[in-house]
Design a protein around this ligand. Structure first.
Ligand SMILES: Nc1nc2c(ncn2[C@@H]2O[C@H](COP(=O)(O)OP(=O)(O)OP(=O)(O)O)[C@@H](O)[C@H]2O)c(=O)[nH]1
Ligand SMILES: [Zn+2]
Length: 363
C-alpha cells in the first residue's frame, strides 16, 4: 500500500513536530534517542523527560561549543551532559547566545566522549533544517518502538534520512504566468515546488532568452529585510533591483529568487544574528556564535531550476565565488561573471568588507 508516508514525508513531519515542540524518535545502529528542539521545548516536556530517567544530552554544534568553551569530542557536534538541576533557562542559555555577554556561562560544561554520536548528529541536522536554533535535547530510549507508538511520535531511521538531510529535494515546476514588472513588460514568474514539503522557489524570466546561449542570470537569496523593507544593513534590495533592471535593459535574463533567507538559517535566526551584530560581532562571527556555519545555503537548487528551464550556460551576476563554483560543479557553465556592485551605504560598509575579507567576495 502506498498510503504510509515515505522517509521524505516523515522527515517533513518531523520538522513540523520539532518546530511545534513535539518530540521525535531517531533510530539507527541498534539504538534510539528521543529528540526535542531546545528552542521549542517547554517545562512540562522537560519534566516528563526527567521522569524517564537516564542522562539526557544537550547536543550543540562544534561552532557553538567553541563559543561556550566546551570540548567537542565529536568534532562537528558536542553532547553536553545535562546537569541534574538544569532548568529551561539553563537550556536556553546554552542554545541561544543572546545573553552570552551579559551572563557568561557557568561552567565547565561536561561533554560526552563515549558512545556513538551518529543519532545526535542526525538530530542536529534535522533541527537545523527546521530553521530552529541548532541545539537538541536527546535521551537514549530502551523500548523505542513501543514508546513512539504509545505517544504517537514520528520515528526517523537515521540511515534512511541521511541522504535527504544532506541534499536538497528534487523540485518540480508548478505553474508560470505573465508578470509585467517595473524592469520589463515581458516578465514571467515560474513557481517551483520541492518534493519534501519545504519552501517553494521562484524564477523570474525576462523576455524569452535563447536556451542555446549563455543567459544573463542571477541567483538571489531571499532577504525580507533588504528586498521588502529596504534595510540598509545589507545590499540585497539594490542588487535585486539592479539585476532585474539590467535584464530589462538587455531584454532577456532569468533571476532565481531562492527562499534561503539569512544565508539559509531563516529570518528568526537572522534577526538573532542581527542582535549579536549590535553587540559588536560581525556577520560571520554572529553565525558562528549561534552555532551555524558562515553560509548554510545550498546553491544546487539554483542549478536544478536553470536546467529545468532549459538553460545550461550563464552570465552570472554575482560577487560570490562560491556561487560560480557551485554552478560549475552542478553542470551549469559560467561563461562570464558579471559584477553586481550596488547599494553600499554608511550602515553596510563593514558588512560588505567582512564578506570580502572572510567570505571571499570579489570587490
Ligand atoms: N545570516 C545572515 N544572513 C544575512 C545577513 N545579511 C544578509 N543576509 C542574507 O544573505 C543573503 C544574501 O544573499 P545574496 O544576495 O545571494 O548575496 P551573496 O552571497 O553576497 O552573493 P552576491 O550578492 O551574488 O555577490 C540573503 O539570504 C540575506 O538574507 C547577516 O548578517 N546574517
Ligand atoms: Zn539582505
Amino acid at each position: 500500500m502506498s498510503f504510509s508516508p515515505d522517509i521524505v514525508e516523515r522527515i517533513a513531519r518531523a520538522r513540523a513536530d520539532l518546530r511545534m515542540g513535539v518530540p521525535i524518535v531517531m533510530t539507527g545502529g541498534g539504538q534510539a534517542v528521543l529528540v526535542m528542539s531546545a528552542e521549542t521545548l517547554d517545562r512540562d516536556r522537560l519534566a516528563d523527560l526527567r521522569d524517564l530517567g537516564g542522562v539526557p544530552h544537550l547536543v550543540i554544534t562544534g561552532r557553538r561549543a567553541e563559543t561556550l568553551k566546551a570540548r567537542a569530542y565529536d568534532g562537528d557536534i558536542a553532547r553536553v551532559r545535562l546537569p541534574s538541576d538544569a532548568d529551561l533557562t539553563w537550556l536556553r542559555a546554552i542554545a541561544d547566545p543572546a545573553d552570552d555577554l551579559r551572563t557568561p556561562m557557568k561552567g565547565p560544561l561536561a561533554t560526552e566522549r563515549d558512545g556513538a554520536p551518529d543519532l545526535h548528529r542526525a538530530a542536529i541536522k534535522l533541527v537545523k533544517s527546521a530553521q530552529l536554533l541548532p541545539a537538541a535535547l536527546a535521551l537514549t530510549l530502551k523500548n523505542a518502538a513501543t514508546f513512539a507508538l504509545e505517544h504517537g511520535l514520528t520515528v526517523i531511521p537515521a540511515d534512511l534520512a541521511a541522504p535527504h538531510l544532506a541534499a536538497s529535494s528534487p523540485l518540480h515546476p508548478v505553474v508560470h504566468a505573465r508578470l509585467p514588472i517595473r524592469a520589463a513588460d515581458a516578465g514571467r514568474l515560474h513557481i517551483f515546488r520541492p518534493e519534501d514539503g519545504g519552501e517553494e522557489h521562484y524564477a523570474i524570466e525576462i523576455g524569452r532568452p535563447a536556451r542555446d546561449k549563455p543567459v544573463l542570470a542571477r541567483l538571489h537569496s531571499a532577504c525580507f529585510t533588504g528586498d521588502v523593507l529596504g534595510s540598509l544593513k545589507c545590499d540585497c534590495g539594490p542588487q535585486l533591483n539592479a539585476a532585474l533592471m539590467q535584464m530589462g535593459g538587455e531584454g532577456a535574463g532569468v533571476l532565481l529568487y531562492l527562499n534561503q533567507e539569512g544565508r539559509g538559517i531563516g529570518l528568526a535566526n537572522k534577526m538573532r544574528a542581527y542582535s549579536l551584530q549590535d553587540q559588536g560581532f560581525d556577520t560571520v562571527e554572529a553565525n558562528h556564535r549561534l552555532g551555524f556555519e558562515d553560509d548554510e545555503r545550498d546553491f544546487r537548487i539554483g542549478a536544478k531550476i536553470l536546467k529545468e528551464l532549459g538553460f545550461s550556460s550563464v552570465r552570472l551576476l554575482t560577487n560570490n565565488p562560491r556561487k560560480i563554483e557551485m554552478m560549475e560543479a552542478t553542470g551549469i557553465s559560467v561563461a562570464e561573471r558579471v559584477a553586481l556592485k550596488v547599494g553600499e551605504n554608511a550602515h553596510n560598509t563593514a558588512y560588505l568588507a567582512t564578506k570580502a575579507s572572510k567570505s571571499g567576495h570579489m570587490l
